[in-house]
Design a protein around this ligand. Structure first.
Ligand SMILES: [Zn+2]
Length: 511
């Protein structure tokens, strides 16, 4: 007997790294020693592996078994190492082929009955294995579809440890078992919603199209019933399909969160809509034993919608700063650290005041000016500074409803809007092809105010006046320039005219 080896994958955030598993069987007091920085769940792996091996009819000899996971410095947690540990132990006992075990990367949790249980995060784990050069990956039957999304690797699905042992050349008689199915978390696929269903609010629809075209964050302020949620929910439908890298990222985050992925990559931008009572951990990510992504990562490459944004806890709103700045989120805990993607488009909706009726013609608002300022002030500062589009959304009148009922609702359809967005994005990408940016929202204001991008005083007079008169800050000025470029792209104009600049100014009259 000699040392047997195989490989498993440890996930840190979305990054999968190969972990070597070595197993040695020696004479001495029977026992099972697991080393290499195991956390509590790895300790439990020992008991699961022993029971699963016995109940599969692949009994480990009563000797001293030592299993080492390396590198020791890599934090390891979860139950996905069970299969690799069991196969290495069986190889050490010469019950399966050493060579076969060494060639394969193993992923899977063992049940006490010896069946393989599906694990979360199979997609990023297999991606990590393939990047490290793996050619064969063995996974639980229920994870085969998801693992097969990764090209360039042979995926072998196994219902039980006994079947895995037979595949590795073990001399056992096959026994039929029912594979453990995926536990499905209900997550209805959100259909692309129809923009033409929005009645009235033409300015808000224009702003939504501009937001989609330039990738601008958006804040809508208006009374309840103004259709803010309806508008926000339609933004993902206006965005282009995800490219392959984005689709893998979005699907990997879902896989880590236990959302069933099955055999399809998500190709549409996600829409996440956390409630204002959400904790920072559920928004940003966290967890005690295993670090899981939060809403900001589930929304990556898509839209994060904060309805009634001033109602979120200040600490929760503050925690959005890092992802907004870097497109990533880093979670630090005593037992480890994980980084997840969080490149989302932020849409916030807010009532104009605590009672929601300020500015309404029908219902009186009793909030004091101080209460109003303090309410929207909760959003001020670094967060709102990043929001290029800030607009008021009014409640629509009964006249507009009648027009809509008569079929005289002239708003643009989702199909038309998506085509306009795609054309505008193509223009900005072409213009910015020599830079590291592709969307107008990514371009720093200083760049827009320099070189050939600089607009002439004739075009910017209206905002220059506002800046000088103190009605606009420098940051606000830069936001307007970015939006003006997006409006020019939507008009297929080579550069913004004074009308685009004026329209950009009109689109931010909220605060
Ligand atoms: Zn009020």
């Amino acid at each position: 007997m000699s040392v047997a080896r195989t490989r498993v994958v440890a996930l840190t955030g979305l990054e999968g790294s190969i972990v070597e598993v070595e197993a040695d069987l020696s004479s001495g007091l029977p026992g099972f020693l697991l080393i290499g920085l195991p956390d509590a769940s790895l300790g439990e792996a020992r008991d699961r592996v022993r029971a699963a091996a016995a109940n599969s009819g692949c009994v480990l000899p009563p000797k001293k078994l030592t299993v080492n996971l390396s590198p020791a410095s890599l934090p390891k947690h979860g139950a996905s190492f069970d299969l690799g540990i069991a196969v290495a132990a069986l190889a050490a006992a010469d019950l399966v082929s050493h060579d076969s075990a060494a060639r394969v990367v193993h992923l899977g949790e063992l049940g006490l009955d010896g069946r393989l249980r599906p694990i979360q995060g199979v997609l990023p784990a297999v991606l990590g294995a393939v990047r490290a050069g793996a050619e064969i990956v063995m996974v639980p039957s229920a994870n085969v579809d998801e693992a097969s999304l990764v090209p360039g690797v042979r995926v072998v699905g196994m219902p039980s440890l006994r079947d895995a042992a037979i595949w590795h050349g073990g001399d056992f008689t096959p026994v039929d078992v029912d594979p453990v199915p995926l536990e499905s978390v209900d997550r209805p696929k959100s259909p692309d919603l129809e923009l033409a269903d929005v009645i009235g609010n033409a300015a808000a629809v224009d702003a939504l199209i501009a937001a989609a075209s330039g990738g601008h964050h958006l804040l809508m302020v208006g009374p309840p019933g103004a259709g803010k949620t309806m508008l926000a929910a339609r933004l993902p439908a206006l965005l282009p399909d995800l490219d392959i890298a984005a689709a893998l990222e979005v699907t990997s985050v879902r896989s880590l969160c236990g959302v069933p992925v099955a055999g399809t990559l998500e190709t549409r931008p996600p829409f996440e809509n956390p409630h204002h009572s959400s904790s920072a951990a559920s928004l940003i990510g966290g967890g005690s034993a295993i670090l899981r992504p939060g809403s900001v990562s589930l929304a990556t490459r898509g839209v994060l919608f904060l309805d009634e944004a001033p109602e979120f806890a200040m600490s929760v709103l503050d925690s959005l700063r890092q992802p907004l700045e870097s497109g990533r989120v880093t979670i630090q805990r005593a037992h480890g650290r994980a980084e997840f993607p969080a490149r989302f488009q932020l849409v916030m909706a807010a009532n104009p005041c605590p009672c929601g009726q300020y500015g309404s013609r029908d219902v009186a608002c009793n909030c004091s000016p101080f209460q109003r300022r303090r309410y929207l002030g909760r959003l001020s500062g670094p967060l709102v500074d990043r929001v290029d589009l800030q607009l008021r959304v009014g409640r629509i009148g009964s006249a507009q409803f009648r027009l809509a009922a008569d079929g005289q609702n002239s708003t643009v359809t989702t199909f038309e809007a998506r085509a306009r967005v795609a054309a505008a994005r193509a223009r900005s990408a072409e213009r910015l092809r020599e830079t590291s940016w592709s969307l107008n929202s990514e371009v720093p204001g200083q760049w827009l105010r320099s070189g050939s991008q600089r607009l002439s005083p004739r075009e910017t007079r209206v905002i220059d006046d506002a800046l000088e008169g103190g009605r606009l800050t420098m940051r606000g000025y830069d936001r307007l320039l970015r939006v003006a470029w997006t409006l020019a792209d939507l008009d297929a104009a080579p550069r913004p005219t004074s009308e685009h600049v004026a329209s950009a100014l009109a689109l931010r009259r909220s605060l």
